[in-house]
Write a protein that binds this ligand. Structure first.
Ligand code: GUN
Length: 288
């Protein structure tokens, strides 16, 4: 068996086409979704990510604003800026690119963003709402993974989902989202004993480790769905995942490639969260 690819780039593009129409409709009602992206410092990878985010906004008609601040910006200054956009009714989403310089507390910054504008879904209020199944902004990569699986018509309910990785941004929340969809979820991580015995039980295996080609075919049950969240750069500069693609494609039923897999979905879900935020704020206008 050779696995069918789940082409995130194509799913992402189809979603962005739909979003374009939705944003046009919102404009007719006088609402222009607005996203403010803040970058502190000049890390080249972060700069390329935030430029990708604001460019994607423009593609679908979202008003995306990029604010680049110098490395030495104080935490106080950044908090003031966040407060300004918390009050600004034309801004529906605030994203502060991580990691921040060492003299700024990630936690303080994330908690300063209004939960109603936290389109990254990193604020503890949104994490709590997600865990309890309330209306919440969902973190973009986990949200994108669930969307890809659903778009392919892959059943989730009752399935055994194994997640390798337990980061706050991907591993922990993606397991929670699969649990919310009535899957049975197991987490594996760097201290897990007998990892392969566990991952071989997975109907859906999510790999978010950050190590090139960590998962070979001996981790995978024949016919399993394998989602590769890794982004690693090879010596030749090309991107590759946490999964040994050539091996695993021989045993899995579905597999996400790297690049053109999970990556393109992440920004797409950020756009979706921003549009959702604009709609929610519009709906509650005058309700106070
Ligand atoms: N750094 C790496 N990924 C992300 C993300 O999804 N959001 C933010 N704000 N920073 C990041």
């Amino acid at each position: 068996m050779v696995a069918e690819l789940i082409k995130g780039n194509e799913i992402a593009q189809a979603k962005r086409d739909e979003m374009k129409d939705e944003v046009a409709r919102l404009k007719e009602e006088g609402v222009i979704p607005g996203l403010v992206v803040i970058l502190v410092g000049n890390d080249p990878a972060s700069l390329s990510y935030v430029r990708g985010k604001t460019k994607a906004c423009k593609q679908v008609g979202i008003n995306g604003k990029l604010i680049e601040l110098p490395e030495e910006t104080s935490e106080e200054k950044l908090l003031e800026l966040i407060d300004h956009y918390n009050q600004d009714e034309t801004c529906h989403g605030i994203l502060v690119q991580l990691p921040l310089p060492d003299h700024i507390s990630d936690t303080a910054i994330i908690e300063a963003i209004s939960p109603e504008k936290d389109v990254d879904g990193f604020h503890p209020i949104n994490i709590g709402r997600m865990m309890t199944g309330q209306r919440a902004f969902l973190p973009c990569t986990p949200f994108g993974i669930i969307e890809m699986v659903k778009m392919k018509g892959i059943p989730i309910e009752g399935k055994h989902v194994v997640v390798i990785g337990r980061s706050n941004i991907v591993g922990k929340p993606v397991g929670q989202l699969f649990l919310n969809e009535n899957a049975t979820v197991t987490y594996c991580h760097s201290r897990t004993a007998n990892m392969k015995e566990i991952t071989k039980q997975a109907d859906i295996l999510v790999v978010a480790v950050g190590k090139m080609h960590f998962v070979g075919k001996e981790f995978v049950k024949p016919g399993a769905v394998v989602i590769d969240v890794g982004i690693n750069r090879k010596d030749d500069g090309k991107l590759t995942g946490d999964v040994n693609f050539e091996e695993v494609e021989q045993v899995a039923s579905y597999l996400t490639p790297v690049p053109k897999g999970v990556g393109p979905m992440t920004i797409t879900m950020l756009l979706q969260n921003t549009i959702q935020s604009a709609k929610w704020s519009h709906q509650t206008e005058g309700v106070h």
